[in-house]
Design a protein around this ligand. Structure first.
Ligand SMILES: [Zn+2]
Length: 223
C-alpha cells in the first residue's frame, strides 16, 4: 500500500479539547507533478488529511496541538467563523482558508499562501472553479507578500516565480502571468524553470487556465 493512515489523538492548543483525527503516516506519488507543485496520486488524494479542525473551538491547523496564543482572537472573529461555515465553499477548502487566516494574522505569508493553494486544490476536486480561482488570487497576493518579506516558499526565486505564474494563469489573470513569465525568462533562469516558463507562455497564449503537469512542459520543449 502506497498511502498509510493512522488515528492520532490531539489536544487542541487553544481550548484543550482532545479529539481523534485520521492522519497521514506515509505516502508516495507516482507520475508527474502539476505545475503548481500538487503531487500526483496517491498523495494527491490525501489532501483531506493535511488539515484538522478542533470539534470544540473550530481551530484549524495541520497540527492542532501546536499554535500561537494570538490565534484565539482570530478563531473567534466573524471572518474566521464565516470562512469555516461558508456553505458555498467545500468544507475542506474552508478549513485550509481558516489556517490561511491564522498564519496571515502572524505575518507568516509563506504558510498562509500555501493554505490558500491547498484550498484551491480542494475547490478543484469539488468542481467549484470560481472559488478555486479566488483562492489562487489570494495565494498569489500572499506569496508576493512573502517575497517582499524575504520568506521563501520554494527552493529558489525561479521556481517561486514559476509557481506564481501558474497561480495567476489558473486564476485567469493572463496579462499579469505573462508579464511575470517574460520578466523571469529575461533573467536567464536555469533549465528546469525555463522549460516550465516557456510552456506557461504557450498556455497563456491560448488563454488556457487548466491544470497541466511538469511532464507536459518537458514534452512540449522536446517536440
Ligand atoms: Zn479547540
Amino acid at each position: 500500500m502506497l498511502t498509510t493512515f493512522g488515528e492520532k489523538k490531539k489536544t487542541c492548543f487553544l481550548c484543550g479539547t482532545e479529539s481523534t483525527h485520521k492522519g497521514l503516516i506515509s505516502t508516495a506519488s507516482l507520475g508527474s507533478t502539476d505545475l503548481d507543485s500538487r503531487p500526483p496520486e496517491p498523495e494527491r488524494s490525501s489532501l483531506s488529511y493535511w488539515i484538522h479542525t478542533c470539534p470544540s473551538c473550530g481551530y484549524c491547523a495541520p497540527d492542532l496541538s501546536d499554535g500561537d496564543r494570538a490565534f484565539e482572537a482570530v478563531v473567534r472573529s466573524e471572518e474566521y467563523r464565516n470562512t469555516l461555515e461558508n456553505p458555498s465553499t467545500p468544507r475542506l477548502a474552508g478549513q485550509f482558508l481558516c489556517w490561511m487566516l491564522l498564519e496571515e494574522s502572524r505575518k507568516e505569508y509563506e504558510k498562509a499562501g500555501w493554505g490558500a493553494i491547498h484550498a484551491a486544490w480542494a475547490c478543484d476536486d469539488a468542481g467549484v472553479g470560481e472559488w478555486a480561482a479566488r483562492c489562487r488570487e489570494r495565494a498569489s497576493e500572499l506569496l508576493m507578500r512573502a517575497r517582499e518579506m524575504g520568506q521563501w516558499f520554494a527552493e529558489d526565486a525561479g521556481l517561486e516565480e514559476a509557481i506564481l505564474v501558474d497561480l495567476l494563469r489558473r486564476a485567469g489573470r493572463f496579462e499579469e502571468a505573462l508579464r511575470l513569465c517574460e520578466d523571469r525568462l529575461s533573467k536567464e533562469p536555469d533549465e528546469t524553470v525555463k522549460v516550465i516558463l516557456l510552456y506557461q507562455k504557450a498556455l497563456i497564449g491560448k488563454s488556457d487556465n487548466g491544470r497541466h503537469t511538469l511532464a507536459e512542459a518537458h514534452r512540449q520543449v522536446q517536440s
